[in-house]
Design a protein around this ligand. Structure first.
Ligand code: G16
Length: 559
């Protein structure tokens, strides 16, 4: 009977959300994404998928966020979080694709039954499944959340919990916390952020910090959910004076339009809502679902250009800080002779500015590359005791292995004796512990990333200028090209080379060879219907011209 009920529910929900003819969804860099009005079938099926994933994983909580992140307000999408809070395991992506595109209820039913059989998932049995749901502020969010709920409820035994309007990283954090048996509400998330930030500031050396101007920060919330959440907690963040612009309040502007991390990083101009009075002040920019963070400063009142600190420089700041704490622990000739060997790994993508990679390597750090997408970077970072990853666009975090954290815990227990308490070694260990509490371990999180940046700047006593001067970015340019079918470009070598059409790579090589220190690659976006072109060269004029010539070849080849 249960089996019959299961079949009935799947047929029923599939007929409620038919796939319009000619419609094709594709699981991209971070899930499904398209015009919000067309997304219901894909989102409903993502609900089915998330519930199946939870059944497969013995009822562990899985997450769904309804968001299209940095995309325009009319778009929407769905991101799926695995029980560890990371992105859904990649080996389920082909099934996700097939399920989203099943042409009719019968095809959908057969697909689910076959997949369940292959994966050893017993449907209609005595299992439980739980899916946590969140959404951002998009107007299609509520309607799509309902589609996801219907998908989840189509799996017998599945239980959906709506966590409300959240940033994407909040929902990932909740999924991870719930599965670890830690309290997982929004107020628990805020408490962790506020407490660990305060703890970080308590560990700032006495001769640093204190400068009132250095505490002033303006945050561009992209008119999304990040600004809303920051407004909620900023009064409780002592030691920092935050002013939120583009906070998402009625009349402040449109989500991601002329504002937000993607806009600032790509266009390198001041977002909407800033004025000449802001020149020289440290500013940060979040994206629509607050999983990206970049910093900037308006350089002059006479134009709208900004000095940009992108994900690469946030990464460099984090890497220097972590390295310094490890060095203090390991090389400090203090009373307690303890060391903590740790493998520290840095993960970047082809978009990382060449100067940042050189800078990190010059500091003796191990740098590895993956294709674009948090799902690849996060996985790679987990291979280290401490893995730091960032995409240039501002997506990133620091992940600490459980093993390392428990060693750190026992080290700080040993060092906390009266004699050693207050030693440099003890304080370094405590800083690493506080950083691991502050920074989101599940996924890149603009709010926790911002607080860690602020704490490190205070720790170092650094101004925005000091941070900017870590290294000079090589001039670069990013362009988008609209083509008929972006999937006709196939890339290899962590997206740095085009394998198909092969003649395109020859043309890119030829153009690049004409440029001093030229570097250029193209790849189909997995979140927008465009091909992205990235070029780097020794001058801005050359970088611009290299990007333009290659964009022209892409247009010519793909129409
Ligand atoms: C998503 C991914 C990021 C990726 C970005 C752009 O970000 O999570 O890892 O860098 O898309 O990807 P693509 O170049 O393939 O369009 P978000 O902030 O849009 O969710």
């Amino acid at each position: 009977n249960q089996e019959r009920e299961q079949r009935r529910r799947l047929l029923d929900v599939a007929s409620r959300f038919p796939l319009p003819s000619g419609c094709r969804f594709s699981y991209g860099t971070a899930g499904f994404r398209a015009d919000g009005a067309t997304m219901a079938p894909a989102v409903c099926r993502a609900g089915i998928l998330a519930a199946l994933r939870s059944v497969k994983l013995a009822g562990a909580a899985v997450g769904i966020v309804i968001t299209a992140s940095h995309n325009p307000v009319g778009d929407n999408g769905v991101k799926i979080a695995d029980p560890d809070g990371g992105m859904m395991a990649q080996h389920w992506e082909p099934f996700a694709d097939a399920l989203a595109n099943a042409p009719d209820p019968d095809a959908l039913l057969q697909l689910v039954l076959q997949f369940a059989k292959d994966e050893g998932i017993s449907l209609g049995g005595h299992h439980t499944a739980q899916v946590l749901l969140g959404r951002d502020t998009r107007p299609t969010g509520e309607y799509l959340l309902d589609a996801a709920l219907q998908g989840i409820n189509a799996i017998v035994g599945a239980h959906a919990i709506d966590m409300g309007i959240l940033t994407t990283p909040q929902l990932h954090w909740m999924v991870r916390s719930k599965n670890k048996g830690i309290k997982a509400s929004e107020s628990d998330y805020f408490t962790q952020l506020i407490d660990s930030f305060r703890h970080m500031l308590e560990l700032v050396p006495k001769d640093k910090g204190g400068d009132e101007l250095a505490k002033k920060l303006i945050v561009d919330g992209a008119n999304g959910i990040g600004g809303v959440k920051l407004e909620q907690i900023k009064a409780e963040l002592s030691g920092i004076d935050i002013n939120v612009r583009n906070s998402g309040k009625e009349g402040e502007g449109i989500l991601n339009h002329m504002c937000g991390a993607d806009f600032v990083q790509k266009e390198r101009v001041t977002p909407h809502g800033f004025s000449p009075e802001d020149v020289g002040v440290r500013c940060a920019s979040l994206d629509g679902d607050a999983d990206r963070l970049v910093y900037f400063r308006m350089s002059s009142a006479s134009d709208n250009k900004v000095d940009l600190v992108d994900g690469d420089k946030i990464l460099s700041l984090f890497a220097l800080f972590i390295r310094e704490q490890l060095d203090i622990i390991n090389n400090n000739g203090s009373q307690v002779n303890k060391s903590m060997p740790a493998r520290l790994g840095i993960v970047q993508t082809a978009y990382a500015n060449g100067a940042s990679t050189q800078f990190l390597k010059n500091h003796g750090l191990e740098v590895v590359f993956t294709p674009t997408g948090v799902k690849y970077l996060h996985k790679k970072a987990l291979e280290y005791d401490i893995g730091i990853y960032f995409e240039a666009n501002g997506h990133g975090t620091i992940v600490f292995s459980e093993d390392f954290l428990s060693q750190l815990q026992s080290l700080s227990n040993e060092l906390s004796s009266d004699a050693a308490n207050g030693s440099a070694q003890y304080r370094a260990a405590m800083r690493l512990m506080a950083a691991s509490q502050l920074i989101n371990q599940a996924v890149g999180d603009a709010l926790s990333g911002l607080l860690l940046v602020e704490a490190i700047l205070q720790y170092k006593g650094w101004s925005f200028q000091n941070w900017c001067e870590l290294y000079s970015d090589l001039p670069s340019r990013q362009l988008k090209v609209k083509v008929i079918d972006r999937s006709s470009i196939v890339t290899t070598e962590a997206e740095t080379k085009v394998s198909q059409p092969s003649s395109l790579q020859e043309l890119i090589d030829k153009e690049t060879a004409n440029c001093a220190h030229g570097r250029c690659f193209v790849r189909p976006s997995g979140t927008e219907d465009v091909v992205r072109v990235y070029a780097e060269a020794s001058t801005q004029v050359e970088a611009d011209s290299l990007a333009r010539s290659v964009a022209h070849h892409v247009e010519h080849h793909l129409g």
